[in-house]
Structure formats: C-alpha cells, structure tokens
Design a protein around this ligand. Sequence first.
Ligand SMILES: Cc1cc2nc3c(=O)[nH]c(=O)nc-3n(C[C@H](O)[C@H](O)[C@H](O)COP(=O)(O)O)c2cc1C
Length: 194
Amino acid sequence: MISNPVLDCIRSRRSTRHFDEQQIQPEQLNALLEAAIWAPSGGNSQSWLFTAVQNRKLLLELNTLVRQAFQHWVPDDDYPAKINAKTKAQDENYNFYYHAPTLIIASNRPGYANAMADCSLALENIFLAAESLGLGSCYINQLHWLRDDENVRAFLYELGIPRKHIICNAAAIGYIKKASDVPPRKENTTKIIT
Ligand SMILES: Cc1cc2nc3c(=O)[nH]c(=O)nc-3n(C[C@H](O)[C@H](O)[C@H](O)COP(=O)(O)O)c2cc1C
C-alpha cells in the first residue's frame, strides 16, 4: 500500500459526530474555505457560495427551524435515513449539525446541472483539509433536504444566501470530542480491467 500525506489523509478522515465546544482558529477556517474553492468545477464555473456560520445563537435558531421543517417536508415513505432523521428531529435535543462550532453551507446557482457535483467535490476538499489540520468534519444533508422550506430559506437569506440558490450540502467542523468508529469498506466495489 502506498503511503504519502495525501493518501494517509484520505484514509484517516472519518465523519465526526461529537465536537468540542471550542471554536476553530480563523486561519483554520480560511484554510478550509480556500481548500473549497480550489476544487474542480464543471466548465470552471465556480458558481458556488460557501457560507461559514460560527455564531452559536444563529446556529441554534436554524436548528429550531430545521426541526420544524422536518415535520412538513419529509413524507413517511421517504428513504430510511431521512425518515430516521425526521423521527429524531422530534426530540428537543436533536441537533442536525451535532453542535459543531462551525457550519459551512454550500450553495450554487439555480438551473446549473453540476451544482451538486461541484459543491460535493468542494466539500470533500474541506473534509480532507480539516483532517490535515487535526479537525473533525461531517457531511450534513438536512439543509439540502429542507431547502424549499419557507422559514429555513428566509433564515438563510438573512445570512446572505440568495433565495434562488440551490442548497447543496453543508459541512460541520470542529475539534473532535469523540473519535468515530471506522466503518469497514465494502469489498468488490472496485474493478480493474486491463
Ligand atoms: C451524500 C452524503 C450525505 C450524508 N449525510 C449525512 C448526514 O446528514 N449526517 C451525517 O451524520 N452523516 C452524513 N453523511 C456521512 C456518512 O454517513 C458517512 O460518510 C458514512 O457513514 C461513512 O463514514 P466515514 O465518512 O467516517 O467514512 C453523508 C455522506 C454523504 C456522502
């Protein structure tokens, strides 16, 4: 197995779901946002917007709106992870970003077919950069699921995210409080044809 800093970083990154309260350093946040915008984008469109929210009060307000929105927007025959999240969101202790001190929301211009692809590549850059800086990270899907909720959108608009933008995904970031288990990788998911 080849070992180098990039490959080791890819292997060691895990989704973190237990974060310290302590905020990350400004230079760390800058490094993460810079890593995001160095991702490839379809036709070099770079039409994304990365909005980093570090205000605890605002994040908790957003969490309240997300909890409410879940009950309106997720039908009972939706896919299991989403139904599971909807059920959990009924609990007042539910927190969709795991109380991470930083949430980076990735959005993109409407009607752009590569919106999700571009933002997802940027998010992986953020995750790997976070790992390289000793920070934890996790992909957060809730704002994508609930992107059409009026109250969630109004709140995101107040944060400066254009109303017409597609909310693609988000990254929870912070220092790791509890290390995650390593989900084993499935076999037979790669193939080499010579
Ligand atoms: C498209 C996508 C959506 C995800 N959504 C969430 C999410 O909303 N909440 C969460 O805790 N993890 C989410 N994850 C993280 C996965 O659960 C995680 O990557 C997977 O369990 C493998 O664990 P690892 O990242 O530690 O390798 C998501 C991952 C992807 C790629």
